[in-house]
Design a protein around this ligand. Structure first.
Ligand SMILES: *[C@@H]1O[C@H](CO)[C@@H](O)[C@H](O)[C@H]1NC(C)=O
Ligand SMILES: *[C@@H]1O[C@H](CO)[C@@H](O)[C@H](O)[C@H]1NC(C)=O
Ligand SMILES: *[C@@H]1O[C@H](CO)[C@@H](O)[C@H](O)[C@H]1NC(C)=O
Ligand SMILES: *[C@@H]1O[C@H](CO)[C@@H](O)[C@H](O)[C@H]1NC(C)=O
Ligand SMILES: *[C@@H]1O[C@H](CO)[C@@H](O)[C@H](O)[C@H]1NC(C)=O
Length: 404
């Protein structure tokens, strides 16, 4: 959320982040969202603070307990669970993490009710395959993508690096609330937390012996290690700092760390082949977070104005081909489905998961393709053929509209 640039996202962030939400305010915010976003079925869900996680040392950066938002399933969905690990980049040094610990990305004392929409919508037409599931939005407050596990509290700052313990404590809490009897389940994660949705995918599966279908879903979190000198290999240096600061190495897969440096095991491309549970990747080949990080933070402007230079276009083409090479191969879509569009946006499960905002590929949407794959109706490996980014337009009335 932090890094998205369109006005509509800021609008929603304003609604989510800055309202002191009373019942009246949330009704007002809901009305606004409905008008502005065509998000007719958006609703606020209260926060659940996991108090008993504290005794396990599973705490946010500032030492406060971790938290999630749970909306119970209904009808045929009562034994189906989708868990979404919310995104929000990483903090890589104590200055950065201290700053973060004073926001809702580092402290549950600052978290408010959260808006549910998209794949968390309760509308059968908008969200046909998951509308009646138990829906859990896990708040991100450790800064290390749920991988940290350092016993000592930083004495100078009182910071805690305990993301891996948070993941365990939250799942344990949910198991007791009915997740253990799940029939169908999805572990998903957006942006920075697409990675832990892969990292913990098999472990999550192993906790649900009664389930018929367990699959994982990575939303705009397949960041790559670029090799071409036209591009900046920025994620490798970020991951090196994150792994060091948060003590992540021990939770990374041994099958990877035995072959390469731990920071390289933070790249999805280097752990994907050892995951046994099916997982699905949704992302744009020109994901705005990845493009901004690797090509330049203001690159979105020329994409929107359709006047990028030849050098910039070459960088896009190179980034795209490196990205496609890093993805799981096409030969086993049952285990490794993908939906790769070309729009310059970031994440698809929330604002973009409805008929109006969906960013299609050949008339297909993520909603249909992922739903078909999850329910074993049809497996797909969908990659849009455009080799340059498509702009995402935002109309004055707040409607986000994508155009080819
Ligand atoms: C901490 O990280 C931020 C970026 O995340 C960077 O701007 C800053 O220079 C770093 N500070 C130190 C002391 O390394
Ligand atoms: C600290 O956080 C604020 C937002 O809370 C942000 O605007 C600012 O840039 C951050 N400063 C650093 C040094 O990261
Ligand atoms: C690209 O188009 C935008 C909008 O028309 C304009 O503001 C910008 O100056 C143009 N950039 C270049 C490099 O021509
Ligand atoms: C796209 O899908 C819609 C609904 O399934 C269909 O009505 C339409 O004809 C399709 N368009 C193309 C170009 O395939
Ligand atoms: C917003 O503007 C677009 C483009 O002009 C239009 O198609 C759409 O219907 C408008 N939406 C609303 C709610 O007015």
């Amino acid at each position: 959320m932090l890094t998205m640039s369109t006005r509509s996202v800021r609008l929603v962030c304003l609604l989510i982040c800055s309202l002191a939400i009373s019942k009246t305010d949330s009704t007002k915010a809901n009305e606004l969202l409905k008008q502005e976003k065509h998000a007719d079925h958006a609703y606020f869900v209260d926060i659940t603070i996991v108090q008993n996680a504290v005794s396990k040392g599973a705490v946010c950066l500032d030492g406060s307990p971790p938290a999630y938002h749970l909306d119970p399933g209904f009808g045929h969905g009562v034994r189906n669970w989708i868990i979404l690990l919310s995104g929000g980049a990483w903090c890589r040094n104590t200055t950065d993490c201290l700053n973060r610990s004073k926001t809702d990305l580092g402290s549950s004392t600052l978290m408010l009710p959260f808006i549910f929409l998209g794949i968390f919508s309760k509308s059968k037409t908008e969200n046909p395959d998951f509308y009646n599931w138990n829906k859990v939005f896990v708040r991100y407050c450790d800064g290390g993508a749920f991988t940290g596990d350092i016993e000592n509290v930083d004495s100078a700052t009182n910071l805690h690096f305990r993301g891996a313990r948070i993941f365990d404590a939250i799942i344990e809490d949910l198991l007791a609330k009915g997740l253990k009897d799940a029939k169908n389940a999805i572990l998903s994660g957006g942006s920075a937390n697409g990675y832990p949705a892969m990292l913990y995918c098999d472990h999550f599966h192993s906790l649900l012996p009664k389930a018929h279908r367990v699959k994982c879903l990575v939303d705009a979190g397949y960041f790559i290690r670029v090799k071409n000198p036209l591009l900046t290999n920025v994620f490798e240096s970020i991951f090196k700092d994150v792994v060091t600061l948060h003590g992540s190495t021990k939770v990374l897969p041994k099958s990877c760390t035995s072959r390469m440096k731990p920071e390289l095991c933070f790249f999805p491309e280097n752990i994907q082949r050892d995951i046994k549970t099916p997982f699905f990747t949704v992302m744009s080949a020109f994901d705005s977070y990845q493009v901004n990080s690797i090509i330049g933070s203001d690159i979105g402007e020329c994409i929107q104005a359709r006047n990028c230079t030849e050098n910039q276009n070459n960088a896009f083409k190179e980034l795209r081909s490196e990205f496609l090479r890093a993805l799981p191969k096409a030969n086993d879509p049952k285990q490794r489905g993908v939906f790769i569009d070309s729009f310059n946006h970031h994440t698809q499960l929330e604002l973009w998961w409805n008929k109006i905002n969906a960013t299609p590929v050949n008339n297909l949407t993520t909603i249909k393709v992922f739903g078909d794959c999850y329910y074993d109706r049809k497996y797909s490996y969908v990659i849009d053929e455009h080799d340059l980014p498509l702009p995402v337009y935002l109309y004055n009335n707040g409607t986000l509209k994508s155009r080819g």
